[in-house]
Design a protein around this ligand. Structure first.
Ligand code: ADP
Ligand code: MG
Length: 301
């Protein structure tokens, strides 16, 4: 396992920010760590990276136990903190050389050159960090995280505050990095996860509420709430639709009805029969899929 989080609880004073959270991430996965603001994402990431001690529980990264003093373990991790603090008065190249110095890397210049190339910083390399757009600053943050060639990348809301084009560019960069590394990235945006992650871990109020492949999460919830939208050519009696076995609710929607059926029960044949018996023509019949966005909302209320 690349990352093993076992029973992590963290209090701030009397407030419980994380409540017995456990998960494992095998090497090479890109995992989305999703939750509304205040869910505990940044707290979890600070604990994984050894910047904050947990109140209870353990974290292992690449088989090494994480604590603030375990530099060997921390060197396995590249960390892009939330609101990444950067030295705004330093030039891009100068700053990365400075970081390479802190890590005591061999061949500093060569490594910095490589990273500038990987993160697409070539056109901006001679500028002061303070003069860069938010998107390029984020790339400098990623470059810094990548310098020691870590096996694991922990990225805290890497696209927050970027414009739509920058978001696409940074996401593409993360996908590229994910080919070589294990990536855990936090976000409060569901589409972000759909765009780049193979797996989703959702926390809400410090509690883990889902840990699934993005695909399964979508399918699983869809099965439990089969909604069918149906439209007839003439007014229909909702109480008769409601009487169909397996139908648990009928609500008006647009020019038709939203029929909610029990999980696993396909009521479409009965709806056709109902239409024929009542001299109605079906104009539309569609199964409404719950989007991942709605799944997220239902899990984090
Ligand atoms: P997220 O990153 O998901 O938005 P955080 O981990 O930043 O969530 O915060 C989780 C909870 O812990 C929030 O209620 C937040 O107010 C609280 N919290 C975070 N950092 C501190 C701190 N340094 N002191 C006190 N409370 C904090
Ligand atoms: Mg946060």
């Amino acid at each position: 396992m690349s990352i093993t989080v076992s029973g992590i609880t963290r209090y701030y004073g009397t407030q419980k920010a994380l409540d017995n959270v456990s998960f494992e991430i095998p090497s090479g996965q890109i995992v989305g760590f999703l939750g509304p603001n205040g869910a505990g994402k940044s707290t979890m990431m600070k604990i994984i990276t050894g910047f904050l001690p947990p109140t209870e529980g353990n974290v292992n990264v690449c088989g090494l136990h994480i604590n603030g003093n375990n530099l060997e373990a921390r060197r396995k991790i590249g960390y892009l903190p939330e609101n990444n603090p950067l030295y705004l008065d330093m030039y891009v190249t100068e700053y990365l050389l400075f970081v390479a110095e802190i890590y005591k890397l061999d061949n500093k210049r060569k490594r910095v050159e490589e990273i500038i190339e990987t993160t697409g910083l070539i056109p901006e390399r001679h500028k002061k960090i303070g003069a860069l757009s938010k998107g390029y600053r984020q790339r400098v943050g990623l470059a810094q995280a990548l310098l020691p060639d870590p096996e694991v990348l922990i990225l805290d809301e890497p696209t927050s505050g970027l414009d739509p084009n920058q978001i696409v560019e940074v996401r593409n960069l993360i996908v590229k990095l994910g080919e070589q590394k294990t990536v855990l990235l936090s976000t409060h945006i569901m589409q972000e996860v759909q765009a780049i992650c193979e797996r989703v871990i959702i926390i809400n109020k410090g509690v883990l509420v889902a840990d699934e492949s993005a695909e399964n999460l979508e399918k699983g919830i869809q099965r439990s709430t089969a909604n069918i939208f149906i439209e007839f050519d003439k007014p229909a009696a909702p109480e008769k639709i409601n009487a169909i076995t397996g139908v648990v609710g009928v609500a008006p929607k647009g020019n038709g009805w939203l029929v909610t059926a029990k999980a696993g029960k396909d009521v479409r044949p009965d709806l056709f029969r109902f239409a024929v018996e009542n001299d109605l023509i079906i104009l539309t019949l569609t199964i409404e899929r719950e989007s991942l966005e709605e799944v997220f909302q239902s899990l984090t209320v």
